[in-house]
Ligand binder design. Structure first.
Ligand code: NPW
Ligand code: K
Length: 496
């Protein structure tokens, strides 16, 4: 699914209006979608307090207030004091409810929190038209709303949040529990500094012009189910283990054998035909007993000091590798003579960063850094938007795929496209989760998925396995090894 920028969404809005529906009808449709969602999904809500701005987001708010009132919900509408130069459609909806004696009108300054879980705060102050930080009376009321214990819902975008960019440090943003957004995810929903204000995100389809959406140019996408289904290839019949490629997981050192063990298991569970682990001898017993399906290649004593090149294989290098001098040399020698795509993670990336040998990464390879590893490789950035911009630049420069791990991991391609992942949860923020991802992506590439598809599908599978693990074990108790077991259920879901 495409992510459009605020100006593109505005254009899409206008194109939709030119091709049949009037703007006031579109607002009514948007408001109807919100009101129905609230009525169907928040059955305990008896009262709403709707905060409306002067633009079309405020217009949505007035219309939602009216529609909820018609559903026998108590409604209070809050507006700013002073002259209200409402947008045309906001004015129409404002006038409609002004006539309604049952709806209570108040200024922001008169707000008193209900602190009642049956009373919902609705933020319809600003949507994608926000053009500066909240200040004055509107900032004061949003600060007050944020400290209320009532449930909070934002229409389209939590007010104070820009659709496509960072907010300034310490600026005020409405902290929603739920965001009902129209048709598109916004980039700011995907980044940790800004996404934390959105709560649960629900996309409401309001029938915007499909031709415009199809033609719109963007570098940003959300990897949704539809995209994942188009990438996933069910396992072919009439095949043998050779059909499904050869994965070689490289890593492990004394005390860190679990990492490469988890990568190996994940590669197998993702369907790798032949699977090898290249690890030091101290891991021999552990690996052969814990994962008998994989073959062991002795690559050192307590750490890796040589890296054998095998033909027709895909290498996933890094988990538990350590940074011994001889390990470093083995990695450099390997990368100097191996020109096929590899998957690099963890200490493989740290070694390249410390020695400034990023240029050794073969073209079309995949690297899977978390923010700190990315910073070591390519330099520090101020925030996750800047980090993503730098990742786009570096992916192009090195012609590699960068899987930038975060709450919403982003896959960045050499063409500068970005695919945000929306599966996964905070239970995965534990040592070992990354090792599982390395195994998954390596395995998919060995099964002849293009690196781009392998990254997008791999990250999605990994997150989905995490979501199923959280459901069964809780975010606190789930383990990276649980993700490996849940891969089976994710494939079952995919093949339904
Ligand atoms: N296709 C769709 O998606 C549909 C979209 N719809 C809805 O329309 C929304 C977009 O509406 P919009 O363009 O009128 O912008 P919106 O955010 O309401 O208001 C901006 C106004 O506020 C002002 N202003 C800005 N920042 C400010 C600040 N910090 N503090 C104070 N004032 C500030 C600024 O005016 P200014 O003061 O700069 O002159 C501007 O006039 C969208 O999010 C969705 O909810 C649906 O109705 C139908 C389908
Ligand atoms: K809003």
């Amino acid at each position: 699914m495409k992510i459009l920028s605020a100006p593109q969404i505005k254009e899409c809005d206008q194109t939709t209006i030119r091709t049949g529906i009037s703007s006031i009808q579109l607002m009514e449709k948007a408001a109807n979608a919100c009101a129905s969602w609230i009525v169907n999904n928040m059955k305990n809500i008896k009262k709403v307090q709707v905060f409306c701005g002067k633009g079309n987001n405020g217009g949505d708010g007035f219309a939602v207030a009216r529609l909820l009132y018609e559903k026998a919900i108590d409604v209070e509408v809050y507006i700013d004091r002073g002259k209200q130069d409402f947008s045309e459609d906001a004015k129409i909806n404002y006038k409609k409810i002004r006539k309604n004696s049952g709806i209570v009108f108040k200024y922001f300054s008169k707000f008193l929190p209900d602190n009642n879980e049956n009373s919902l705060i609705i933020d319809a102050l600003f949507g994608y038209g926000l053009n500066r930080n909240l200040s004055g009376r509107v900032k004061a009321v949003v600060d007050q709303l944020n400290s209320s214990r009532q449930p909070k819902l934002a229409i389209d975008i939590p007010s104070g949040l820009y659709a496509d960019k960072m907010t300034d440090d310490n600026s005020t943003v409405f902290k929603a529990d739920i965001t009902l957004t129209f048709q598109f995810y916004k980039r700011s929903f995907m980044h940790p500094e800004t996404g934390r204000f959105c709560g649960t995100i629900e996309l409401l389809d309001i029938g915007l012009d499909q031709q415009f959406i199809d033609d719109a140019k963007t570098d940003f996408f959300v990897a949704d189910r539809q995209m994942i289904r188009s990438i996933y290839r069910p396992r072919a019949d009439f095949s043998n283990k050779g059909t499904f490629g050869k994965s070689i997981l490289v890593g492990g050192s004394y005390g860190k054998m679990g990492s490469v063990l988890m990568s190996t298991l994940a590669a197998l569970r993702t369907g790798s035909g032949l699977t090898f682990t290249m690890a030091p001898d101290c891991g021999y017993g552990i690996l052969q007993s814990q994962v008998p399906e994989a073959m062991f290649v002795n690559s050192g004593d307590n750490y890796i000091d040589k890296l054998e090149i095998q033909e027709k294989s895909v290498y996933g290098i890094g988990p538990g590798l350590g940074k011994e001098k001889l390990t470093q040399q083995a990695l450099f020698d390997f990368l100097k003579s191996y020109k096929n795509p590899v998957v690099l993670d963890a200490d493989a990336l740290n070694i390249l960063a410390e020695s400034k040998k990023q240029n050794l990464i073969p073209e079309n390879s995949v690297i899977t850094p978390h923010p700190l590893e990315f910073g070591r490789l390519f330099g520090k950035t101020h925030d996750s938007f800047e980090r993503l911009d730098l990742a786009k630049k570096k992916a192009k420069e090195h012609q590699i795929f960068i899987v930038l791990k975060d709450h919403h991991t982003a896959v960045v391609t050499p063409q500068g496209q970005v695919f945000y992942n929306i599966t996964g949860n905070s239970g995965m923020a534990k040592g070992g989760s990354g090792d599982v991802l390395t195994g998954i992506i390596t395995s998919l590439i060995s099964q002849k998925y293009e690196p781009e598809s392998a990254c997008i599908l791999g990250v999605w599978l990994h997150g989905m396995a995490g979501d199923l693990a959280a459901e069964q074990f809780s975010k606190e108790a789930m383990l990276p090894t649980d993700l490996i077991h849940k891969i089976a259920d994710v494939f079952k879901l995919l093949s339904k």
